[in-house]
Design a protein around this ligand. Structure first.
Ligand SMILES: [Zn+2]
Length: 391
């Protein structure tokens, strides 16, 4: 690009425009700041010097001197809540809610903040009442989410189901898995009070919402089994294969037990062997090992575990193989096998865990409701090694 004379004029022009704009902004800022009390700037200074406590005191003074500083009220209120000073947050937000001159939208914002203070303070009934007042406000979605959290804490599953449905209407996102889990919780409660019929109804509702609910099918089978209807229980648990065969192992013990009750133990073992062929899983091998050992003795159990290890070589399988080996080993070699078994067992403890796919929490037992993140059905039915070896 060639240099032209007119460019000489453009640069000063840009410079002048920038200077003018800066002056105008500065003027505006100065006129605005002259309206603010001195404590406001003191507060800012304290904040910049990372003296939070002094900053808060200064800002409180601003709020007392100039009640119009609504945004500062909100900022301070939520700061108090974050710092765990719930009493102060509550006072700040209650003061806003009770002000007669507050615009309607600001009043709703204050109520929303107040409800969160109650929740954080553990005053669940007040939090619930306050969030309920916001169900038709711009804070509806967040309020429903908080209410859902409250009803789960209170184990009020009917209300949790209602909120879950509202959330679907508000967000368009599916909550079927959670809603179905709430029905299972309702059923579980009914079972503890001996109301099997009511439990059956809720489990039917769980399956209506989420036909893939393995938990509902397992629980329905349990009701039949307890009522002595072993055949019906078996038919129900067999449905898991269509839902998701990875979960079959969770019903393996039950299937075997129901077959035994019918005097058909061999059929039960055959069924599990068939599942193991199609969907290999160490949990199935464990159940089969016990069953074969009890029915056909140590040699048969050892051969079964050995075959499965060949077919599906995993460390969990090796651990089981060594356990089976100990049943057959001669006295002379026993100490060696025991030593190897102990070593392998120690090294693979983490591989034998179930883990939550949402938060990664690991547990020896299977959970439908994660005790760490409170996610529903977030656990894979496979143990870590079989689930990609994540430890
Ligand atoms: Zn979790």
């Amino acid at each position: 690009m060639e240099f032209e004379l007119w460019m000489l004029l453009v640069f000063p022009l840009f410079f002048a425009m920038g200077w003018l704009t800066a002056r105008m902004d500065l003027k505006e800022l100065l006129s605005e700041s002259s309206l603010l009390p001195r404590s406001y700037f003191q507060g800012l200074n304290f904040l910049l010097n990372e003296q939070q406590d002094k900053a808060i005191e200064a800002f409180i003074e601003v709020v007392q001197v100039d009640p119009q500083t609504i945004e500062l009220h909100f900022a301070l209120g939520s700061l108090f809540r974050r710092r765990g000073e719930i009493d102060r947050a509550l006072r700040m937000h209650l003061n806003l809610v009770e002000r007669a001159d507050l615009e309607a939208d600001k009043k709703k914002q204050a109520l929303f903040e107040l409800a969160q203070d109650y929740l954080k303070a553990g005053i669940l009934d007040r939090a619930e009442q306050t969030f309920q007042q916001l169900l038709h406000s711009p804070y509806a979605k967040e309020s429903v989410e908080f209410l859902l959290e409250i009803y789960q804490k209170e184990k009020d599953w009917l209300k949790a189901i209602d909120m879950s449905r509202r959330l679907v209407d508000l967000t368009g996102q599916s909550h079927d898995k959670e809603t179905s889990a709430f029905y299972c919780e309702l059923a579980s409660y009914e079972l503890t009070t001996g109301r099997d019929e009511a439990a059956r109804v809720h489990l039917g509702q769980a399956l209506e919402v989420n036909p893939g609910s393995v938990r509902a099918v397992i629980m329905l089978g349990d009701i039949e089994q307890n009522a002595g209807n072993h055949k019906q229980a078996i038919d129900l648990w067999k449905r898991i294969e269509q839902q998701d065969p990875q979960y079959l192992q969770l019903a393996a013990d039950r299937l075997l037990g129901a077959h035994r009750n019918l005097g058909l133990e061999a059929d039960g073992i055959d069924l599990l062997m068939e599942y193991q062929k199609r969907y290999p899983s160490q949990d199935l091998v464990d159940v089969l090992f016990k069953a074969v050992l009890q029915k056909d003795g140590a040699e048969a159990a050892y051969q079964m575990v050995r075959n499965e290890l060949h077919r599906n070589p995993t460390l969990l399988g090796l651990d089981k193989f060594l356990e089976a080996r100990l049943l057959e080993v001669t006295e002379k070699n026993r100490a060696d096998v025991e030593m190897v078994k102990k070593l392998v067992h120690q090294r693979i403890r983490d591989l034998a865990m179930y883990h939550c796919s949402s938060c990664g929490f690991r547990a020896r037992q299977y959970y439908w409701h994660c005790p760490a993140c409170h996610g529903w059905e977030s656990y894979s039915p496979r143990r870590s090694e079989e689930n990609g070896g994540r430890i």
